[in-house]
Design a protein around this ligand. Structure first.
Ligand code: ADQ
Length: 465
């Protein structure tokens, strides 16, 4: 990989947030995610820039340096946020791409805003791109940028990665702007997907809405005019060392012990950690848990469920009602099975710091990851990374991308409440030798396919294309 080639990362959000406290106003790196995945790649390159939104509506600040990267903020007005972000990105594409679990809305005003904001991102890239730069665009909010850049700057290497699923063909075809989106994506040299199934879904729809040639949907290569586009599987990983290292800290062990005592030393702790989103299957999971208690297959005297739900997209349709539903279920379960000192479910609707999250993962005997649909699901991988003693059991939805790599989890259909109950009961009573053998192979997978490996191999494929 050449180190003098300029790399421009393009994502809806910049990797920083603005903090204003006793130390004054400043930019702080947002933990985890793409930034840490890109750290090894950045260390190898002299010139890295990042184009994205700061997180505040209104005029964007001038480009600035942060941690050796040039950050180039893009302005989003309140109207842009309503129409492009809450509207087309999270009211149309997010539900459509997640199997229409919630009904997608199609509004022409939302689409117009999506086109105009995608243009703004593309123009920001052009304003700073050197000849032959490498550009890596991320996710569903920016699917038009590859096509726009191909027109404006054909000298560049253009990569795109979709973090969420690509839906089955008949679902995608509902989208009134289906052809514009697929054509724009084909402006990239390499398009990355989380799993073979979704890469296949994409290749399957291409000949239906464009004149591009797909000789065989099982093959990665698409011929579009006189260009060749690689559309391939490229599963994202986590920063394994960060999670595994923190899990081994003595402070973590002390925090876990304290938590266990606060919970009155339950025999088994079950854990869910999700953004509060209708795709994550939290309500079905709670139903299964409540029924297991009701049928005395689990005993609230020695089992507890901790459900952490990170606040998310509260202005988007559907998110307030999922919150109300989850909170009602938690209330019902606790009303029936909890005592004054021991609730059957501990529910937290807030963000947690890294150390707190690690302590939760270490505390949990059973991790419940049961989304109806998920591009990958990093929580499943993070849990596995913290189980250095190979203890614990992971219940994992077959519709999470992670299930393709973590086949030794207790794999479930999250729509099937009876199946979920069996899986949870099985995981909660799993023998230590079985835990070890399942966890060992999952641990190998997570420690091998790390975030750094994901970033390096994607950029290698792009620069060789
Ligand atoms: P998300 O839908 O956000 O990501 P996920 O992959 O699970 O889903 O990542 C969530 C991240 O947030 C994890 O790193 C987790 O630790 C953290 N998190 C969750 N709840 C938290 C809380 N209460 N406090 C603090 N941190 C919390 C999208 C796609 C996924 C895909 C990722 C990456 O929807 O399918 O895996 O991008 O490609």
């Amino acid at each position: 990989m050449s180190s003098d080639r300029q790399l421009i990362v393009v994502a809806n959000r910049l990797p920083v947030r603005n903090v204003n406290d006793d130390e004054g106003q400043r930019w702080v790196t947002s933990p985890g995610g793409l930034v840490s995945a890109l750290a090894p790649v950045m260390a190898d390159r002299e010139k890295v820039s990042w184009v994205g939104w700061t997180g505040s509506a209104g005029r964007a600040p001038e480009p600035f340096m942060h941690d050796g990267m040039l950050l180039h903020p893009v302005s989003l007005s309140r109207a842009d946020l309503q129409l492009y972000y809450e509207g087309f990105s999270n009211g149309t594409l997010w539900p459509l791409y997640h199997d229409s679990i919630s009904e997608p809305e199609f509004h022409r005003t939302w689409w117009d805003a999506y086109v105009s904001v995608n243009h703004r991102f593309a123009e920001a890239v052009v304003s700073l791109a050197e000849p032959n730069a490498t550009v890596w665009i991320h996710d569903y909010q920016l699917q038009l940028v590859p096509g726009m850049l191909r027109q404006l700057r054909p000298d560049m290497k253009i990569g795109f990665f979709l973090h969420i699923p690509w839906p089955a063909r008949e679902l995608f075809l509902r989208l009134p702007w289906r052809s514009q989106i697929v054509r724009a994506l084909l402006g990239a040299d390499v398009i990355g997907f989380q799993t073979d199934v979704v890469a296949h879904n994409f290749r399957h729809v291409v000949p239906r809405v464009t004149d591009a040639e797909v000789n065989d949907v099982e093959e990665n290569l698409i011929t579009f005019g006189d260009r060749r586009v690689l559309a391939k599987t490229h599963p994202i990983g986590i920063d394994y060392d960060r999670f595994a290292g923190a899990a081994r800290q003595p402070e973590t062990a002390a925090a876990v012990e304290e938590l266990r005592q606060t919970l009155h030393n339950p025999r088994r702790v079950l854990l869910g950690v999700d953004r509060l989103d209708y795709t994550k299957g939290i309500e079905r999971r709670l139903r299964a848990y409540g029924e297991l208690l009701d049928e005395d297959r689990l005993d609230a005297d020695d089992v507890v469920l901790i459900q952490i739900a990170e606040p998310s997209r509260s202005n988007v349709n559907g998110y307030a009602s999922i919150r109300a539903q989850v909170e009602q279920q938690v209330g019902e379960i606790n009303g029936t099975f909890g005592t004054m000192t021991r609730p059957a479910v501990h529910y937290r609707h807030r963000s947690h710091g890294f150390e707190e999250l690690i302590a939760m993962y270490r505390l949990a005997d059973v991790m419940l990851v049961t989304p109806f649909r998920d591009g990958m699901n990093l929580v499943a991988k993070e849990y596995v990374a913290t189980r250095h003693d190979l203890s614990g059991a992971l219940v994992l939805s077959e519709f999470a991308g992670a299930a393709h790599e973590l086949g030794d989890a207790v794999v479930v259909n999250p729509y099937d409440v009876d199946g979920l109950k069996e899986a949870i009961e099985f995981a909660a009573t799993m023998r230590p030798d079985e835990q070890r053998s399942r966890m060992s192979s999952m641990h190998d997978a997570v420690s091998h396919n790390t975030a750094a490996r994901w970033a390096t191999t994607f950029l290698d494929a792009l620069e060789r294309s």
